[in-house]
Design a protein around this ligand. Sequence first.
Ligand code: NAP
Length: 217
Amino acid sequence: MTEQATGVSHGGSSPARRDGSAPTKVGIMGGTFDPVHHGHLVAASEVAHLFGLDEVVFVPTGQPWQKDLDKVTPSEDRYLMTVIATAENPQFRVDRIEIDRSGPTYTLDTLRQMRATYGPEVDLYFITGADALGAILSWHNVDELFDLAHFVGCNRPGHHLSDTGLPEGKVSLVEVPALAISSSECRERVRKGEPIWYLVPDGIVRYINKTGLYLES
Ligand code: NAP
């Protein structure tokens, strides 16, 4: 089976699409995905529609240095769940770029690698939660980040981005009602023995049941 057929790419990702043509607008969906849920999938689909993206590349975070790493599920489990969740959508694929890179995960490194892979002609859109985007000004080399990609923050209903210092035209916010689902709530429900059917794809329920993820806090 080829990489394109599985929708998975390993490290140096191939920018070729299923029909062999090169994409011109690519979404990079960054998140910890612990676990990936239907809110993420709806958000990616909605942003792809709104911005006319050719594809959305899900990039599970390798080592989210700003979090207590003992509490974050091993990256290989988060990666596999993301592959399972996106497998049926030909517009979605998953990249191991952050999983395979050693050290703390910085979006700047990811976007530099993606830019090198896709070349200067392709428009990159970095998609993530608006909460995560709110901290964007504390990231390294903000000006270079904005040169590398347009940023799209996905909002839960009623959420407002508190930081008004974001540069004009570089950031878009999209309200996604399905983001009422949250990864932390899914983890908590599993820990308490409550169902997560329909909050996450069926394959994710089965993966979590099979591996025993999230049973302990
Ligand atoms: P987070 O703090 O766990 O998430 C913040 C909020 O955004 C949560 O409500 C989360 O909901 C939501 N969210 C996260 N990813 C999302 C997505 N792709 N689509 C929609 N909602 C999303 O954030 P995180 O997951 O650790 O980080 C998000 C991205 O920002 C990652 O790519 C990460 O590497 C990057 N980041 C980079 C730096 C840096 O370079 N210095 C620093 C921080 C974050 P759920 O919990 O339900 O997902």
